[in-house]
Design a protein around this ligand. Structure first.
Ligand SMILES: *[C@@H]1O[C@H](CO)[C@@H](O)[C@H](O)[C@H]1NC(C)=O
Length: 200
């Protein structure tokens, strides 16, 4: 009689343990779900929310941006501050419809190569690596000094150029899309001068 009661108790305890475990697993799974990308941007207060982990496969970098990334080895850590397509057009007069034509392709490729030299650093630098209020300094691939800071809304600013999208990943490469082109004054002058002679 006693043995049977003990057995009953053990069964009850085991079933309760199983229930508790199940509940635990379910709640952990459920509570993890809200971490999926959120659309609401809480400007200012929680800067890290804006650093979305976007994969480059689902993201259109634009022709020139893709050209830049394709020039790098895909399995080494790099961070590239890629100009947006608008910035390529506005600041370098490069347009997808015109600058990729066979007679202009070589010049375009040379310009994009130089821009890559100014805007890539051989290390991972995601927006989370920069504290707001901090100014960090890295040399680009071509030795151009980059001063990186973070705005109050979590976006990176490099040499006073603001990012539009941060933390896009492609394998080992981190891409930040910039609303401008990072380049030294000399190169900027040469690009604009060339453009003037072409238009005259
Ligand atoms: C572009 O470069 C390639 C290889 O260097 C060369 O064969 C070709 O003639 C160049 N095209 C123009 C339009 O200069």
């Amino acid at each position: 009689m006693r043995k049977r009661q003990v057995l009953k108790h053990s069964i009850a305890i085991v079933s309760m343990l199983v229930c508790v475990c199940c509940f635990f697993i379910v709640s952990v799974t459920v509570f993890k779900l809200p971490e999926a990308p959120r659309k609401d941007r809480q400007m200012g207060f929680y800067p890290t929310i804006r650093s979305r982990k976007v994969s480059l496969q689902d993201f259109n970098l634009g022709k020139f941006g893709e050209m830049m990334i394709d020039m790098l080895p895909q399995d080494l850590a790099f961070t590239v501050f890629v100009p947006s397509e608008d910035a390529f057009k506005r600041d370098l007069r490069l347009s997808v419809s015109d600058s990729l034509k066979p007679d202009k392709f070589n010049d375009t490729y040379a310009i994009v190569t130089r821009i890559l030299g100014f805007s890539a650093v051989p290390r991972i630098l995601s927006s989370a690596n920069v504290q707001s209020g901090e100014l960090v300094n890295y040399d680009s691939l071509s030795g151009f000094p980059l001063y990186v800071s973070k705005d109050i809304d979590g976006m990176l600013v490099v040499n006073r150029i603001r990012s539009e999208i941060v933390d896009v990943r492609k394998k080992e490469i981190v891409v930040h899309v910039m609303d401008g082109v990072i380049m030294d004054a000399e190169f900027e002058q040469s690009v604009l001068a060339e453009d003037d002679t072409e238009e005259d």
